[in-house]
Write a protein that binds this ligand. Structure first.
Ligand SMILES: Cc1cc2nc3c(=O)[nH]c(=O)nc-3n(C[C@H](O)[C@H](O)[C@H](O)COP(=O)(O)OP(=O)(O)OC[C@H]3O[C@@H](n4cnc5c(N)ncnc54)[C@H](O)[C@@H]3O)c2cc1C
Length: 540
């Protein structure tokens, strides 16, 4: 494990890490743990070693990207802390462009719904928040499977290496005509969200190339900071004891800091203001609805907003409260039944967009108990979630077949010539038009709701291996379908989940055609596990 270690100004902020306490059992009351919460700021920072505030800066800029909340936000806290030290105000800038991969009505709607909460929450805190919506038109960034060049590396963030070739996540026009660069040039410091995959790492690099102001990325992704681990863990069994030992130090309510200077910053652009309209709808400052605003954006209008999920912290907290009341007590027993959607939290979309912090979710679940379901929930939301984040952080090839463990890659390669029952074109799979009603129903849950039950994601993914000629092609199909439709897609968990299909984090099983020793799950056998007809009917 790391003991942390940035140089210069950042090193001066480090505090010692208390790791000599015995690992606590999860169900023990916090007061008995006899440990202190850690100042985790050091391990959460991803900054150039020589980062110093720019002299003459007018404010500290928090460039919000992935952590769309005004609370429990380590990047926001860091921005406030530095601004208070410098005697400057904090400005929160949040931009939404039309040309990020898989941009659609579905994700734009979610983000605009989140923005309504952000305006209200920042206003209550006396922090200036400015949202900018890209109204420009341009070539769409479509990412159909097969178009992407296989084998390209993504952000090797754990090793802090630059990828050797351009990533398919490169945004077409670099940072585009957004107000960001101009604001960053006026700032003393830019603070932003650290995420180990998708476009954020490249956007950060792009800004660093354009401005002299230091850009400091702060990790709010996980309970235990990504930099706490000094290696890629290959199994849940490996990372679990490390996380459990660290947990008493890290699972505490996140302090919410207050800015000292509240002077408003003059803006050279007109922010897009979205507010709760009072009738449950959200309205844009101009009186237009979110739907009208999204319709005017140059994104994929063929992927509609979710029929069941709504973006923002308020909707996320409502779902959390409902889950704690009726779902958590059933979680351990019923979480594998796709016909019991309320027995799982369905919180992953709000976690993905950062509307809720994992700290808030786990602390609320711990307080609600009971102990057994909480322990099971913790194993998913801590162990499996942080394993996926650790994988993306350390493995620069996490989007490619090279990230499949060697034994599994060999097995799948050895079985490439095995006959496949079907080789469906992408479109047939995408439109849920295969010969398998259960698979189609799962795909329809992505098409319509933007969400799929975990048990179905496993079956859904394993089946595509039978319908594609090899692992690399299967990977492209899964990435495309998952990231285009899932509200929680484009996340470290997306790559953890998809790679599990190919044997990642898993052990060898019994030999089978196509899969070799990679674990097989069968649509046919599903009828022994749950009421298949009922599930198919609910997505008919
Ligand atoms: C092929 C495949 C694709 C997947 N794609 C995604 C994705 O795009 N985004 C995503 O967030 N998850 C993904 N997962 C993981 C998992 O299916 C979802 O996190 C889970 O179904 C979300 O539902 P929930 O919030 O009700 O989970 P709950 O069971 O209520 O768990 C609570 C939280 O724990 C985390 N979690 C639960 N299971 C896992 C897991 N297996 N791996 C990592 N974290 C987990 C999630 O953050 C989840 O919200 C994928 C899994 C597979 C097999």
């Amino acid at each position: 494990m790391r003991s942390g270690g940035e140089k210069g100004a950042i090193a001066a902020r480090q505090k010692p890490c208390t790791r000599n306490a015995p690992a606590a059992r999860l169900t023990e009351p916090r007061a008995d743990w006899h440990v202190v919460p850690m100042d985790t700021t050091d391990l959460r920072l991803h900054a150039p070693a020589d980062a110093r505030p720019r002299a003459g800066g007018e404010f500290v800029l928090y460039w919000m990207q992935a952590t769309m909340r005004a609370h429990d936000n380590f990047a926001l806290n860091y921005a406030i802390e530095r601004a208070n030290e410098l005697g400057l105000p904090v400005l929160v800038y949040h931009g939404l462009r039309h040309d990020y991969p898989w941009a659609s009505d579905r994700f734009h709607t979610w983000i605009l719904e989140s923005v309504a909460d952000l305006y209200a929450d920042f206003e209550a805190k006396g922090i200036q928040y400015a949202f900018w919506l890209d109204g420009s038109r341009g070539e769409h960034t479509q990412w159909p499977a097969g178009q992407r060049t296989a084998g390209k590396s993504e952000e090797g963030t754990g090793k802090h290496t630059a990828p050797s070739s351009p990533s398919p996540f490169t945004l077409p026009s670099s940072l585009g005509p957004t107000p960001l660069v101009a604001l960053a040039r006026r700032a003393a410091l830019v603070v932003t969200d650290y995420v180990p995959t998708f476009i954020a790492p490249r956007q950060i690099r792009g800004l660093r190339e354009k401005v002299e102001t230091p850009v400091i990325a702060v990790d709010s992704c996980t309970v235990v900071p990504l930099r706490y681990h000094d290696k890629e863990h290959s199994t849940a069994r490996g990372i679990r004891p490390v996380l459990m030992e660290a947990l008493p130090h890290y699972l505490w309510p996140v302090e919410n800091l207050e800015p000292r200077v509240r002077t408003r910053v003059a803006l050279e652009f007109e922010p897009t203001v979205i507010r709760e309209a009072g009738n449950g709808k959200r309205e844009v400052g101009t009186g237009r609805s979110v739907a009208e605003l999204v319709a005017a954006c140059d994104v994929d209008h063929a992927v509609p907003p979710s029929t069941t999920f709504r973006g923002g912290t308020r909707a996320g907290r409502a779902r959390l409260a409902a889950f704690l009341e009726t779902g958590l007590p059933r979680y351990a027993d019923q979480r594998n039944d796709p016909n019991q959607p309320d027995a799982v939290s369905r919180l992953s979309p709000w976690l993905h967009f950062g509307n809720l912090s994992i700290h808030e979710v786990l602390l609320a679940a711990q307080a609600a108990g009971p102990a057994d379901p909480y322990a099971k929930f913790l194993d998913e939301a801590l162990t499996w979630r942080e394993l996926a984040h650790n994988f993306c952080f350390w493995n620069p090839k996490h989007r490619t077949a090279a990230a499949i463990p060697e034994w599994a890659r060999k097995q799948l390669a050895d079985h490439e010539a095995d006959p496949r029952p079907h080789l469906y074109p992408l479109e047939a799979m995408e439109q849920a038009r295969t010969a398998e009603p259960l698979w189609n129903a799962a795909q329809r849950s992505y098409l319509v709701e933007g969400f799929m039950h975990n048990y179905m994601r496993m079956l859904w993914g394993k089946t595509v291996l039978q319908w594609t000629p090899n692992a690399a092609e299967c990977l492209r199909v899964l990435e495309h379908l998952n990231n285009k439709y899932a509200l929680d897609g484009r996340d470290p968990n997306s790559y953890g989940g998809i790679m599990w299909i190919f044997g990642k984090f898993d052990r060898p099983f019994y030999p089978r055609p196509i899969y070799g020793l990679v674990r097989y799950q069968s649509l046919r056998a599903a009828k022994d596990k749950f009421d298949v007809a009922r599930y198919v009917a609910s997505y008919g």
